[in-house]
Design a protein around this ligand. Structure first.
Ligand code: EPU
Length: 420
């Protein structure tokens, strides 16, 4: 297993290109199953999760070709049963269920497990698909769905904590080929859901209300091939922005979508970070002293749960008390104990972490537990004095394209080493 060895204390300086969004490309790859014609997707990041999704599509019978950051998928013939172990590996793979149902009217997909950031139920996905007319059973670890006819209807998709991102994606992909009109109330408004809807509309689907909580989908009889460029990754961009602030550096993000990042940029400004915008270039600079801020994660356009851990790392460096409340995934605090190893003072009270910041961090061996927790540890390590070893970085490779290369180009002293 590999780990990252970081010699901290070096301010990040320079420019970094923002990669395509992981959470947009995964459902978009799944959507290619809806047509037998080739779909060409540009701006695809090189990530292990994207590799997994490619393998899943191949296991279902699709041809998948990759050249640089372009993937072409041709799902001329598709089977409805996915490889159990392949699908189980990655939570995002659940979004093949909707397109398989839409195209084949049947699907058998392994149930995704819980994960380190908390239970990850799919009850809302299944509720929505049932309301479209699918019969669904759970047998031997598989979700088995069958729908001789999918018929449009009004579906309320809100759950305990609000909308579901992949649930909305799944339902949209099943409804585009359903008979009649489907409305989804309390749909997720995340830019990645909008990107998927843009992709589907370019394939010939009729979805309106994009980016709002009410989506209206008028079913069509078939979809065709399409060429599409994936949106930039707002979470990756936010991670580099926070790393720049944490190291007293100045980093320009190239090809970002600041309009997808309002909540994060607003919080950074409130914390005293300078943010300058020139078109799609965003320059992030640590101004004077940082100020503590309170952060609550919310569905889009609120502060994203996927940036909570990184923001916490920044707040450990900020004199004063910050309160960080996690409202989307109840157990998403795995980074707290590891940040504490770097010298941070953080305690957890219910859904909130109380960060008493301002003490300098010092390097230590730490263990990555999930993707964004790992990113927080890297930020902590970059800001800390001395050496930090972040173990199990396969988590980072799931969602950050060539993180170590990009950081080195910004001047960081980072090396990928085989774990001893
Ligand atoms: N939920 C239910 N029932 C469901 C589905 C979700 O109760 O059927 C709950 C979840 O337990 C959670 C909340 O609803 O409390 C929101 O979950 P959501 O379904 O929106 O999450 P997701 O679609 O499974 C995607 C991203 C996550 C990101 C969340 C929230 C992908 C592949 N994953 O997950 O990304 O945190 O939306 O924005 O798009 C990451 O990139 O690190 C990551 C975990």
């Amino acid at each position: 297993m590999e780990s990252l060895l970081i010699k901290g204390g070096v301010p990040l300086h320079g420019e970094v290109n923002v990669s395509g969004a992981k959470n947009a490309v995964l459902p978009i790859l799944a959507a290619t199953l809806l047509t037998s014609e080739p779909c060409v997707i540009h701006g695809v990041p090189e990530l292990s999760d994207v590799g997994f999704m490619g393998e899943i599509l191949k296991s279902l019978g699709a041809e998948v070709r990759q050249e640089g950051d372009t993937i072409t998928v041709r799902a001329a013939k598709v089977k409805g049963v996915g490889d159990y172990d392949l699908i189980r590996k990655m939570r995002g793979s659940i979004c093949i269920l909707g397109p398989l149902l839409g195209r084949l009217h049947r699907a058998r997909v392994s149930l995704p497990g819980g994960c380190i950031i908390g239970p990850r139920p799919i009850d809302l996905h299944l509720k929505g698909l049932r309301e479209l007319g699918a019969r669904i059973t759970i047998e031997e670890g598989y979700v088995r769905a069958c729908a001789p006819r999918l018929a449009g209807t009004d579906i309320f998709l809100g759950g305990r904590v609000g909308p579901t991102v992949l649930g909305t994606a799944n339902l949209m992909m099943a409804a585009v080929l359903a008979e009649g009109v489907t409305t989804i109330q309390s749909a997720a408004c995340e830019p990645e859901v909008v990107d998927l809807a843009d992709f589907l509309n370019a394939m010939g689907a009729r979805i309106s209300g994009l980016g709002s909580p009410t989506l209206t989908i008028t079913g069509v009889s078939e979809l065709h091939g399409v060429e599409h460029r994936v949106i930039p990754d707002r979470i990756e961009a936010a991670t580099y922005a926070i790393a720049a602030a944490a190291t007293h550096g100045e980093v320009t993000l190239l090809g970002a979508r600041p309009d997808h990042m309002h909540a994060v940029l607003d919080k950074l400004r409130e914390a005293g970070v300078k943010v300058e915008r020139r078109g799609t270039a965003l320059t992030i600079r640590r101004g004077g002293r940082l100020k503590p801020v309170d952060v609550t994660t919310l569905p889009y356009a609120g502060f994203p749960t996927d940036v909570q851990a990184q923001m916490m790392a920044l707040m450990t460096l900020t004199p004063g008390i910050s309160i960080i409340t996690e409202r989307i995934f109840e157990s998403r605090f795995m980074h707290v104990s590891e940040l504490t190893r770097l010298g941070a003072d953080i305690s957890i009270e219910g859904p909130s972490a109380i960060v008493k910041g301002g003490r300098p961090l010092s390097g230590a061996p730490v263990m990555a537990s999930d993707l964004r927790a790992s990113a927080a540890l890297v930020i902590g390590g970059l800001a800390a004095k001395g050496a930090t070893q972040v173990k199990r970085i396969y988590h980072l490779d799931r969602g950050y394209e060539r993180l170590d290369d990009k950081l080195r180009k910004l001047g960081a002293r980072v090396e990928r080493v085989e774990e001893s």
